[in-house]
Unconditional design. Structure first.
Length: 279
């Protein structure tokens, strides 16, 4: 089955991972800007990073027939440096018209601090002024419920935001309902320790249905599995769900959400999805 991984950090993965993804049926990836494991010290460091995301990673993905898309921001982990964050936000428009740039993300909260909230709101303002899609990062573990509630309040307080153009990622059982009830898209991250699992993601699909729900691996430099989406596909098949339902979550839904971006130019595989070999 063809699938799209709507949230994966390929800059932290080896080239062999692209080959593995292609063999597993991945036809496109979406890579949000994120924290590299240390705080960057200058706006030029971010400029170089954005060049990597928009110039080199699409080429590396293309070697294996995978289409690469990206999002730009300064991650919440680095938002405590407000002055640098504002320099980066002012620089981001230099890249927004580049091919494959889908919008602003992944923005959100890390420790739910005042500075993080300030920079989150300034990212939202940039997205509204430039008519961009928004990809949201919600905090890990004990901060997730509070952080998600704070994020939803800030989103809903801005009357300019069209909720169908916002994807709130890393939802779990206790945060998916308020995200969907508010009219946003929701992403489930199949991360082995701090987020979701294929089994729990299947439970959520069975509870809430497939509409406005996506699954992703968020594969990065930490404990993660870039082939987590195929694990979800296998679990859905094991439970007897029809191929059309699985395909909606892992292929149709990402294309529907990303299709709202002016820079999303996706070439479908030559073999139609419903004509693939089904394992």
């Amino acid at each position: 089955m063809y699938y799209v991984d709507p949230h994966i950090h390929m800059v932290s993965r080896v080239t062999d991972d692209y080959e593995t993804l292609a063999k597993m049926g991945c036809v496109a990836v979406s890579e949000p800007a994120f924290w590299p494991g240390f705080d960057r010290g200058s706006v030029d460091g971010f400029r170089d990073y954005f060049r990597q995301l928009t110039e080199f990673e699409p080429k590396r993905a293309g070697w294996y027939g995978i289409q690469h898309f990206t999002w730009l921001c300064i991650n919440a982990k680095e938002a405590e440096n407000v002055s640098l964050s504002r320099e980066v936000i002012a620089m981001i428009p230099e890249f927004l018209d580049r091919p494959g740039v889908l919008g602003i993300g992944e923005i959100g909260l890390n420790k739910n601090t005042k500075n993080e909230a300030t920079i989150f709101l300034e990212h939202l303002d940039l997205a509204m002024r430039t008519n961009e899609l928004i990809l949201i990062h919600t905090p890990h573990l004990e901060d997730k419920h509070q952080g998600t509630r704070m994020i939803l309040d800030m989103l809903c307080d801005d009357s300019r935001i069209e909720r169908h153009r916002v994807l709130v990622d890393h939802v779990e059982e206790h945060t998916v309902r308020p995200v969907l009830d508010a009219g946003f898209w929701a992403g489930m991250t199949l991360y082995p320790v701090t987020k979701c699992t294929p089994q729990r993601a299947c439970d959520i699909i069975e509870t809430y249905g497939p509409d406005r729900l996506l699954v992703n691996s968020a594969g990065d430099w930490g404990p993660s599995k870039p082939t987590a989406v195929p694990d979800f596909i296998l679990e859905m098949r094991r439970r007897g769900h029809p191929e059309s339902l699985i395909r909606k979550v892992v292929y149709d839904n990402p294309l529907e959400f990303f299709g709202q971006s002016r820079n999303f130019h996706f070439t479908p595989p030559e073999v139609p999805a419903d004509a693939e070999f089904q394992a």
